[in-house]
Design a binder for this molecule. Sequence first.
Ligand code: PEP
Length: 231
Amino acid sequence: MIIASNFKTNHNRATTKEFIDFINTQHFFSEVRIFPPFTALDDFDLTPNIKVGAQNFFPVQKGSFTGEIGFEQLDEFDIDTVLIGHSERRHILGETQKSICQKYDFAKAKECEIVYCVGEPQEIRKQGIEAVMSYIWEQFDSIDINYEELIVAYEPVWAIGTGLSASLDDIKEVLDSLRAKIKVPLLYGGSVKVETIKDILNIENCDGVLVGTASWDVKNFSKMIEISDNL
Ligand code: PEP
């Protein structure tokens, strides 16, 4: 199982270090991914099943792109796992499928592990599963789904940061459809909590979770990893 924490715009250098140091002292079998803000990236001494990744990057090694972070900066911290396509970047920050594909191809060329996020907004969900899947497949336009370092996260937009998780049946339906074409690990994300993670991880074709809000408290995150380990 893969248990991932997306800090978004939360935590600072000191609290990120405390968080990672705490997780590092735990012994577990699950694969753990932590995505802190750029300013908190550092040379962490990590146990092999933990990786610290980047929430975003600009698809260049280096150059003149004021305010952006390229791979020269990420390489300094040996970052080789990245989030791409998160709904907050697509819907709040206006990332297009074209710019997402540029990032995807760049990260693939760098042989990074890519956690690629897809998911439908509320108005599409209301139209039923066919509309949901056709919306999601469009988010795979020009994306190499056979890339061996790919992890796909299904994250319905309306469930992210709202406290409203998709139902177990709805998650299963989407993951089953994804699994029919995609062989890489499939995660669910959207208001996962300590109380709900076990049932979600027990869904067939669910290989883990990407968690925002409920993971920012290290004790909660650690509990989620423990639940995953004990499945
Ligand atoms: C996320 O940011 O990917 C996410 C799933 O957030 P939350 O758990 O807060 O819904």
